[in-house]
Design a protein around this ligand. Structure first.
Ligand SMILES: [Zn+2]
Length: 294
């Protein structure tokens, strides 16, 4: 089984270092490395892994984020001039650049991409509109009173998304959106809204999209998804009826698939007759594998 893409961060995030400017400066002067990026795309070394340069190579005045420690050595990345203008699903170019990265590098890149993109898109205070500056090694932005700001502190976003399998009479409910490749089906998903538990978000999304009432929601596992900063929260819930009422404004189709359908799809991929499963880097693929094996 593949490791969950973007999970398994290899760096020591070293939180005490973030809030200690002197220690951070000492680490920076002691052989620290800079993640080499072209905008928000990684540059690769000869072995196909992430490439690094001496931190002194960073552009003068660049905002640096302290990514963490690897074997005692500090790794940094520079905030690009622009954040990502594309929606979460439009990342074919990025996938081309990162598909072959080792799992450790993928996790390191994912965390860096999320926090760098956040910096690039949050240069101004959401409260008073004045420019903000990185703090805490790049894991915070401050609207400092000393420079005329309002004193607000801003933190990198993580946006929770519930993604769920629903089971009824031994079948599993999957859906597709019109932008999916032909015959592709995946787990239903949606952002958790303010004031909701994860379980409530699962029940609401499945009712909204497929008209199915869900009970007994349980947590399976999660995945950081850096396009730009989702946390995919994988769940399983149960339904008492196979009846569907699909909201075509949310999804194109939803169907119940048997265990045999899912086993065939997972084994054959796009050659499968029943449906094309989600790609191996998606948590939906892991959820289906888990469902087959339980
Ligand atoms: Zn402010």
């Amino acid at each position: 089984v593949n490791p969950i893409a973007f999970a398994g961060q290899p760096l020591d995030r070293a939180d005490p270092v973030r809030s200690d400017p002197e220690r951070l400066a000492a680490l920076r002067a002691d052989g620290a490395l800079l993640l080499r990026l072209d905008g928000l795309l990684p540059e690769l070394d000869e072995a196909g892994g992430l490439a690094f340069a001496p931190v002194a190579d960073a552009a003068p005045g660049a905002e640096l984020v302290f990514l963490g420690l690897r074997a005692g050595r500090a790794l940094f990345a520079a905030v690009p001039g622009e954040g990502d203008p594309d929606p979460a699903y439009a990342h074919r170019r990025t996938w081309g650049a990162i598909a072959q990265l080792p799992a450790d590098d993928l996790a390191l890149f994912g965390a860096a991409r999320s926090v760098l993109d956040w910096h690039a898109r949050h240069r101004f205070c959401a409260r008073c509109g004045r420019p903000t500056a990185p703090a805490k090694g790049g894991w915070q932005r401050d609207c400092a009173k000393e420079t005329g700001g309002c004193g607000a502190q801003h933190f990198p976003r993580v946006d929770p998304v519930a993604i769920m399998l629903v089971e009824c009479e031994g079948r599993v409910l999957l859906g597709r959106q019109s932008r999916f490749p032909p015959n592709s089906f995946s787990a239903l998903a949606g952002f958790v809204e303010p004031g909701e538990t994860i379980e409530e978000a699962v029940a609401r999304e499945v009712l909204e999209e497929a008209g199915v009432r869900v009970r007994d929601v349980q947590y399976i596992g999660s995945q950081p998804w850096p396009f730009p900063s989702q946390l995919m929260i994988g769940c399983l819930g149960f339904a008492d009826s196979l009846e569907l009422a699909i909201d075509k404004t949310e999804i194109e189709d939803a169907r119940w698939f048997t265990r045999e359908d899912v086993a065939e799809a997972m084994a054959k991929g796009s050659d499968s007759a029943s449906f094309v499963p989600p790609p191996p880097q998606a948590i939906a693929n892991h959820l289906l594998q888990w469902w087959l094996e339980r």
